[in-house]
Design a protein around this ligand. Structure first.
Ligand code: GDP
Ligand code: MG
Length: 162
């Protein structure tokens, strides 16, 4: 089976938009309402001739209850089943307490992690991105899933990590 790349992060950071960019189709549901993707959803993907499976998740929340807890559990399962993980944060907001909790969850799983700062739609928005080095996950990859910028560099790194 091809290697698996899981996309995780808090709700509304643009995970599904990024998945759609990568699979070059609009199959993953994008919504302004957080938590629309409730389960792990897998898609066939390919970059530079390397095939892989990409798994979209509904978003990870700290101290989640009820439905949100189930969504968070699905994200953890996706990480457990993955060969590498793309951790998406909102590059306009920077790292939040929930993002830091995601980092702790990811550390426990011991999988290779690529840090993505999404929603960096213009060069003027790079300032928040440098602060993300503090998460201790290495170099942040600035991306605009909306415009498609930065996704090539991200996929180069992801394919190497899988
Ligand atoms: P998810 O909950 O993490 O899957 O986030 P979605 O992909 O559903 O996106 C949530 C919202 O963020 C939607 O309104 C998207 O259009 C918006 N969004 C996603 N990527 C970008 C981006 O690169 N730039 C901007 N400005 N908005 C984005
Ligand atoms: Mg989504």
């Amino acid at each position: 089976a091809p290697p698996v790349l899981a996309i995780v992060g808090r709700p509304n950071v643009g995970k599904s938009t990024l998945v759609n960019r990568i699979i070059r189709s609009k199959q993953a549901v994008v919504e302004d309402v957080p938590g629309v993707t409730r389960d792990r959803v897998s898609y066939d993907a390919e970059w530079n001739g390397k095939e892989f499976t990409i798994v979209d998740t509904g978003g990870w929340e700290k101290d989640a209850r009820g439905l949100h807890q189930r969504v968070a559990e699905q994200a953890e399962v996706a990480v457990e089943e993955a060969d590498a993980v793309v951790f998406v944060v909102d590059g306009l907001v920077g790292a939040t307490a929930v993002d830091e909790a995601v980092v702790r969850m990811l550390r426990r799983k011991k999988k290779p992690v690529l840090l993505v700062a999404n929603k960096v739609d213009s060069q003027a928005q790079m300032a928040e991105v440098y602060g993300l080095w503090n998460l201790g996950l290495g170099e942040p990859h600035p991306v605009s899933a909306l415009h498609g910028t930065g996704t090539g560099d991200l996929l180069d790194a992801a394919v190497k990590a899988m």
